[in-house]
Design a protein around this ligand. Structure first.
Ligand SMILES: *Cc1c(COP(=O)(O)O)cnc(C)c1O
Length: 391
C-alpha cells in the first residue's frame, strides 16, 4: 500500500484521537527507523522511552519468536514459567517485592491505586496525594491522579480521593496528609510534565513522611524504569525504597506489558478475586521482558546509559551555552529534557524533517531519550542535526 492509501485508511476507520505526523513507519533496527518512502530516521526519542534496547533487538525478537511458537496465551488460573521468571527478575533487581502483571502503565498505576484502597479499606484511608504536572495514565482513576487540567477536560466527574500538591515541595505534601490519606504517588522524574527531577531531600523526605504517617509510597517508574537513568530504577539513585513500584514502557521493549510490584506484606491484600487482567503476564510479553532484563545485564547497559548520559548531557549543556533559546538542560542518565524559552514543537518537527526523532512535551521541553544501545556517534549526529535546526 502507498503512503497516502494508508493515511486515508486512518481518515476513514481510525478514531482521530492523536495528532499524527504524515509519516508511515515501516521498520526499525537499532537506533534507526524507516518510513514508507525509504527515509531513515535517527530515533533519539525511542517512542516515549519504550524502545530502550532500540528497535527489534535480536535477543528480544528471538525470544518473541521462540515463545510465539510455543505458547502465546495462558489463562491466569494456571502457572507459566515466563511470568514467574519475570517477577523474579523485577523483584531481585529492586526491593524484593511481589508482582502483578498487566498490559500498560495506566493499568499498573490503576492496580497500585486499588491496592492502596483495599490495603487500608478497614481504616478508610483511600486518598492519594499526587504532584502537579504528573502523568499517571488515561484510565479514569489514573487520569484523575494525573494532576494536569488539560487531561481532565470533558471527563468530569473525576474519581474521588486525589489531592494535588506542587512537585519538589515537601512541606506541601506534609500539609496535605490527613487521616484519610493512604498513599503518595510520584514519578522520580516527571516525564510528560517536562523532565522534572525530584531532589534528593524531597524523595528521601517523602519516604520519611510515609513511614511517620503509616502510608504507602508509590513510585511510578513507567517512564524512568528499566535502565533509562543508568540504574534499573530511578529510585536507586536516592537510597530509598518504595512500597509499590509501577513499570511498563521499556519493560517489554515494545511488547505490551505492565507490572506493579509491592512489598509482600502489602501485596497480600490483593486476595484472589480482588483484581485481574486477562492478558496480564502472558507468556509472549513476559518472554520479551525477560530478554530485556537479560540483555541489559549481559551488555552492561546500565553502565552504558550512565556514561552515555553524562556525555550527552555535557554536549547538550555546551549547546545551551551556544544558543540563548535554550533555557536549561536537565535529567539523569539518558532521560534528558532540553527546556527552551519558546514552544519546542516546531523545532521537533524540523528535526524530524531532517531525519531526527525527538519529542516535545509540556510545550517547551524537548525530550532527548536515546536508546541504551546508542553510541557516542549517534549522540553526536543527533546533536549536530538539532544544532543545524536551532541555527
Ligand atoms: C506513559 C506513562 C504512563 C501511562 O502508560 P500507558 O502504557 O500509556 O498506559 C503512566 N505513567 C508514566 C510516568 C508514563 O510515562
Amino acid at each position: 500500500m502507498g503512503t497516502n492509501d494508508i493515511i486515508s485508511l486512518y481518515d476513514k476507520y481510525v478514531i482521530p484521537n492523536y495528532t499524527r505526523n504524515p509519516v508511515v513507519l515501516v521498520k526499525g533496527k537499532g537506533v534507526h527507523i524507516w518510513d514508507s518512502n525509504g527515509k531513515c530516521y535517527l530515533d533519539l526519542f525511542s517512542g516515549w522511552a519504550v524502545s530502550g534496547l532500540g528497535h527489534c533487538h535480536s535477543a528480544v525478537s528471538k525470544a518473541i519468536q521462540a515463545q510465539a511458537k510455543t505458547l502465546v496465551h495462558a489463562p491466569n488460573i494456571f502457572y507459566t514459567e515466563p511470568q514467574g521468571r519475570l517477577a523474579q527478575l523485577i523483584s531481585e533487581n529492586s526491593f524484593g517485592g511481589q508482582c502483578f502483571f498487566c498490559n500498560s502503565g495506566a493499568e499498573a498505576n490503576e492496580a497500585a491505586i486499588k491496592l492502596v484502597r483495599i490495603h487500608y479499606s478497614s481504616q478508610g484511608k483511600y486518598k492519594i496525594i499526587t504532584m502537579l504536572d504528573s502523568f499517571h495514565g488515561r484510565t479514569l482513576a489514573t487520569v484523575t491522579a494525573t494532576a494536569q487540567p488539560k487531561y481532565h477536560k470533558g471527563f468530569s466527574p473525576l474519581v474521588e480521593g486525589f489531592t494535588y500538591v506542587p512537585f519538589n515541595d515537601l512541606a506541601a505534601v506534609e500539609k496535605a496528609i490527613d487521616e484519610k490519606t493512604g498513599g503518595i504517588m510520584i514519578e522520580p522524574i516527571q516525564g510528560e510534565g517536562g523532565v522534572n527531577v525530584a531532589s534528593q531531600e524531597y524523595l528521601k523526605g517523602l519516604r520519611k513522611l510515609c513511614d511517620k504517617n503509616g502510608i504507602l509510597l508509590i513510585l511510578d517508574e513507567v517512564q524512568t524504569g528499566m535502565g533509562r537513568t543508568g540504574k534499573f530504577f530511578a529510585y536507586q539513585h536516592y537510597g530509598i525504597e518504595p512500597d509499590i513500584l509501577t513499570l511498563a514502557k521499556a519493560l517489554g521493549n515494545g511488547t505490551a506489558v505492565g507490572a506493579m510490584e509491592a512489598k509482600k506484606e502489602i501485596a497480600k491484600s490483593l486476595v484472589p478475586g480482588s483484581h485481574a487482567s486477562t492478558f496480564g503476564g502472558n507468556p509472549l510479553a513476559c518472554s520479551a521482558a525477560i530478554a530485556v532484563f537479560e540483555t541489559i545485564q549481559k551488555e552492561a547497559l546500565l553502565e552504558r546509559a550512565a556514561k552515555l548520559g553524562d556525555y550527552a548531557m555535557e554536549r547538550l549543556k555546551a549547546l545551551a551555552v551556544e544558543f540563548d533559546i535554550i533555557h536549561e538542560v536537565r535529567g539523569i542518565g539518558l532521560m534528558i529534557g532540553i527546556e527552551l524559552k519558546t514552544n519546542a514543537s516546531d523545532i521537533v518537527k524540523r528535526c524530524m524533517e531532517s531525519g531526527l526523532l525527538l519529542n516535545c512535551t509540556h510545550d517547551n521541553v524537548i525530550r532527548f531519550y536515546p536508546p541504551l544501545i546508542a553510541t557516542r556517534e549517534h549522540i553526536d549526529h543527533g546533536i549536530a542535526t538539532l544544532r543545524k535546526v536551532l541555527t
